[in-house]
Design a protein around this ligand. Structure first.
Ligand SMILES: NC(=O)c1ccc[n+]([C@@H]2O[C@H](COP(=O)([O-])OP(=O)(O)OC[C@H]3O[C@@H](n4cnc5c(N)ncnc54)[C@H](OP(=O)(O)O)[C@@H]3O)[C@@H](O)[C@H]2O)c1
Length: 248
């Protein structure tokens, strides 16, 4: 997997999966542009990753900010060859009957609509180049229901559908789109769960442990690379076997 000469934009790159994947892509030769809301974390990441790493601040749920960040990415690092649309939020856990409709809309905007906006923004350049790759971060909630968070489940089902739609429409242009599905990956998002609950979760994973961001990043890098040149419209879980197991 060699990314020399390629510019890959990673959203949600100030921590967790996005940060580790950006570092791996850069280590394999890519110029990476990091997008998230926290400038201090992005600057820390830029210094840690080194090379021609650039960053731009944006709340991806704000189309004007996202567009400006993607313009800045091109300005700093040239035409975009790959987009890893990874930023996402969990939203609150509330019974469906009481779920706040503003939170519902915000979750859909950050997790789904922003991915569409980013894809729409990078596609013209990719179509012109007759090549490019898009990777979206889904969730096990892209394929399964989960109680108490209808917004998250709907948004993550949505990004998988969006990925498939883009994959089919863009295949004739040499553009691929896939969805990587984290199971339980140890990031800031999971660190917020109380330790005893984390232990219970790990016990229900067939591998009996959570995954690391690097285990996710390796699969993300593969799907973004030319090694996956005939792979499009797919979802690939990195979950220690959870999705394929029966709950008892
Ligand atoms: N870890 C898991 O087990 C797991 C499981 C299923 C799905 N996922 C998905 O994986 C993706 C990455 O999550 P993670 O686990 O790596 O969690 P994380 O460490 O909390 O990272 C989330 C990233 O998204 C960014 N972000 C959140 N809201 C944003 C917004 N409105 N605009 C711009 N950036 C935003 C955050 O940066 P700022 O705060 O700086 O903006 C951060 O860089 C998400 O899509 C999440 O749904 C993770």
């Amino acid at each position: 997997m060699d990314f020399h000469g390629q510019h890959i934009v990673v959203t949600g790159a100030s921590s967790g999966i996005g940060l580790v994947t950006a570092g791996l892509l850069a280590a394999r030769g890519a110029r990476v542009t990091l997008i998230a809301r926290r400038a201090d974390k992005l600057e820390e990441a830029r210094q840690a990753i080194g090379g021609r790493t650039a960053w731009a601040v944006a709340d991806v749920g704000d189309k004007a900010q996202l567009d400006a960040a993607l313009d800045a990415a091109v300005h700093q690092n040239g035409p975009i060859h790959g987009l890893f649309a990874n930023a996402g939020m969990t939203g609150g856990f509330t019974p469906a009957v009481a779920f706040d409709s503003d939170v519902f809309e915000q979750t859909l905007r950050v997790n789904l609509t922003s991915v569409f906006w980013a894809i729409q923004k990078v596609l013209p350049g990719m179509i012109e180049a007759q090549g490019g790759v898009i990777l979206v971060t889904g969730s096990m909630s892209s394929k399964r229901g989960m109680a108490m968070n209808p917004a998250y489940v709907a948004s993550k089902h949505g990004v998988l559908g969006l990925t498939r739609a883009i994959a089919v429409e863009m295949a004739p242009h040499g553009i691929r789109a896939n969805c990587v599905i984290p199971g339980f990956i140890r990031t800031e998002a999971l660190d917020r769960i109380p330790p005893e609950q984390q232990g219970k979760i790990a016990g229900r994973i067939p591998q009996r442990r959570m995954g690391t961001p690097m285990e996710l990043a390796e699969v993300a890098a593969f799907l973004l690379s030319d090694a996956a040149s005939h792979v499009t419209g797919q979802d690939w879980a990195v979950d220690g076997g959870v999705l394929e197991s029966i709950e008892v």
